[in-house]
Design a protein around this ligand. Structure first.
Ligand code: BGC
Length: 358
């Protein structure tokens, strides 16, 4: 079968390969891949900046944003042939640490966790893949064209869970939410904010293309300027990792403000920061700034519910392009109107996209 593989740490090594069928020890459920989402982490791995090969393997099968259809599964697996499934990315560390031991592998304490398509486990960028029933999430049959958004939605479902846990410390009457960055993570974070009834503001440097309209359709306000234009907010979800924005986001909150950082920064220019002033404000205003990564099973389930409740056309409009596996490299290009680009692992990319752009 065909798979996108690469040698972690080696830029330019990614290629469409012919590989053996996934071995049964990768999971009892055999899945026909439907779609693979591409995100910034994949681009980093392709550039040779991140990623780890499975033990004994020469190359890593790329891909962690999955969607597939069950081809074969044991009768007692809880799944049936034909089910739509998404694979959970992270596996607990072997010790396991206290967090992994209770299923909270997204909080792994010793860093020895593994991740499909990223860290020491083959990913989902192949025509067929296997998954353990306990790491498979079934999706509503109607979500076939947008279910590939489940993994990034699980990341923001976790972020929201943590925000609300922090907020619950002292009567949570937060109203205004700012999301910085209108990429897939930012827009999905805004979707979950809108579903929770918050007043949603999204800031991005792009002022044209589909993003402003996508935010408007959520009932939110789109800002193309700076964080200062938005006014005080109660919660910020920072989804760019850009140093300047991170600093501005931290300064944008009202008392008891919560800033959740979800963007992974890459080496960039340094930013001046008055750490003493920042400390003073954070102390005197009970502000919390925290980072959030990955997701556990509960977050995937929350995300599946959020997707099922969302407007299907809005979700479809997040998927800007669907490229066939043989042209996978086109999925790495960043075109001006792109939000999420997906590689079709079956032949669905040959069919026209069934959605109208907003
Ligand atoms: C994935 C997470 C993963 C993180 C770090 C992100 O792109 O969505 O599941 O934990 O990369 O590897």
């Amino acid at each position: 079968m065909r798979a996108i593989t690469l040698i972690p740490g080696q830029a330019g090594s990614a290629r469409l390969d012919e590989v053996r069928e996934p071995p049964p020890d990768e999971g009892a459920i055999l899945v026909d891949g439907l779609a693979l989402g591409v995100c910034g982490t994949d681009l980093e791995i392709i550039r040779g900046e991140y990623g780890f090969t499975p033990e004994g393997a020469q190359r890593l099968v790329l891909g962690h944003e999955s969607l597939g259809r069950v081809r074969e599964c044991p009768a007692d697996s809880g799944f049936s042939a034909g089910d739509l499934v998404v694979g959970i990315v992270r596996r607990p560390d072997p010790v396991p640490c206290a967090s992994c031991a209770r299923g909270e592998w997204d909080f792994c304490r010793n860093g020895r966790y593994t991740e499909r398509g990223i860290k020491e486990l083959h990913g989902f960028g192949s025509e067929r893949w296997r998954i353990e029933p306990e790491f498979a999430v079934r999706l509503d049959a109607g979500l076939e064209d947008v279910g590939v958004l489940l993994e990034p939605t699980s990341v923001v479902a976790k972020a929201w869970e943590q925000i609300e846990r922090i907020g619950s410390r002292a009567g949570f009457d937060a109203r205004r939410v700012l999301v910085t960055g209108a990429g897939p993570i930012g827009l999905l974070a805004a979707l979950l904010a809108a579903q929770r009834g918050y007043e949603v503001h999204v800031l991005d440097r792009v002022t044209e293309g589909p993003k402003p309209e996508l935010v408007r359709r959520l009932g939110g306000t789109y800002h193309g300027g700076s964080v200062g234009d938005v006014g005080e907010v109660d919660i910020v979800i920072e989804a760019t990792g850009v140093g300047r924005l991170v600093v501005d986001a931290i300064g944008a909150t009202a008392r008891n403000g919560i800033v959740c950082l979800t963007g992974v920064s890459s080496g960039e220019r340094s930013v001046d920061l008055d750490i003493g002033g920042l400390n003073r404000t954070m102390v005197l205003e009970n502000d919390v700034v925290f980072g959030s990564v990955n997701a556990n099973r509960r977050h995937y389930e929350d995300a599946a519910e959020a997707l099922a409740r969302a407007d299907r056309d809005w979700l479809r409009a997040l998927i800007s392009r669907r490229v066939p596996l043989e042209r996978w490299q086109e999925a790495l290009e960043r075109r001006p109107d792109d939000v999420k680009v997906v590689v079709a692992l079956d032949s669905s990319a040959q069919r026209p996209l069934a959605h109208s752009r907003p």
